[in-house]
Design a protein around this ligand. Structure first.
Ligand SMILES: [Zn+2]
Length: 141
């Protein structure tokens, strides 16, 4: 189960809307217990995919390392990555799976016509052959 607090939720939605019709991406920081993950901070990162960004995102590995350092500075963990799907459902695409890693949760935000639609969270398996949906609890419960 992954739970998202109101502040990071607002940051991610604002980032996704501002990036429309391109995809946005960023890091989710927070606390992990045995039973659940709590996202307390969101760090918007730059989508550096060199082609059209409507259907792809790419993170700089340095930005991801810096996000991990920032999480440590705040006494938190890097829980996962978020990105948006402009005018598409919040599924986990084959490309998303290929570019994922099994130790993170992947939040996908569906943005329709520039406005937030819905979100789903995914957890890739060790071989990155498939992703399981993770129960997601947004700030509205
Ligand atoms: Zn995607």
């Amino acid at each position: 189960m992954i739970q998202i607090e109101p502040d990071p939720w607002r940051v991610m939605l604002a980032h996704a809307r501002a990036s429309y019709p391109g995809e946005c991406c960023g890091a989710m920081l927070g606390r992990v217990t045995d039973a659940s993950k709590l996202v307390t901070d969101a760090l918007p990162l730059e989508n550096v995919f060199p082609g059209p960004r409507r259907e792809r995102y790419q993170l700089r590995s340095e930005d991801l390392l810096e996000a991990e350092r920032e999480a440590r500075r705040r006494g938190l963990k890097l829980i996962g990555i978020y990105h948006s799907h402009p005018d598409r459902e919040a599924y986990f695409s084959p490309v998303d799976l290929q570019n994922s890693c099994p130790w993170y949760s992947f939040l996908v935000l569906s943005i329709r016509g520039g406005e937030f639609g819905h979100a789903r969270c995914w957890r890739p398996d060790d071989g990155q052959t498939r992703a399981e949906e993770e129960e997601l609890i947004g700030p509205e419960g």
